[in-house]
Design a protein around this ligand. Sequence first.
Ligand code: GRF
Length: 214
Amino acid sequence: MTQRIVVLISGSGSNLQTLIDHSLKGDLHGDIVGVISNKADAFGLVRAENANIPNMVLDHKMFESREDFDLALIEQIDSFKPDLVVLAGFMRILSEEFVSRYQGRLMNIHPSLLPRYKGLNTHQRALDAGDAEHGCSVHFVTEELDGGPIIIQAKTPILMEDDSASLQARVHTLEHKIYPLAVSWFCSGRLRVTVDGVMLDDNCLPSSGFELKV
Ligand code: GRF
């Protein structure tokens, strides 16, 4: 059965676009049934509209607490009856209740080789540390910020001439390769998280996830 996917965004939505494109090609094994943004001016809403995907804004500033916002968010997400909830540049820290409700079916993409550089400014931090390589990770979400079990990573070497912008652009290209893959694995029933870690086709992945060689 085709899996139902809800995507949460806050901004440009280039990862959302990649997921839309793969879904239209039929290789996502899932349909994006709803897009929710916490920002009214997120360009990702235009992408959803262009693809005829139901979309809505839920402005966190309209709520008194994180918990109140998250409860309203849960209500909206559940109205789409999703099998998978995908965070694609959703710039909110989620409450315990939210995370536990979607445990095992909530994914995030992060622009670093986790567990390195959780949080913001990942590209500059990798440059400042003099790292030889950088990249991105897709992981299941747990209560620990950017800390859940890793599904897949892709790496790029850091070049002498790189600055934060050039590195970000290369990492973004990698994001667009690994996110559709992780989502398609989940939607085709190949991927799940267990107490032993992330399983792909009944093989336990290493703690750094599957490495997509590019
Ligand atoms: C990406 O870099 C993603 O890793 C991070 O937020 C950014 C979203 O980009 N979580 P976009 O909105 O998908 O273009």
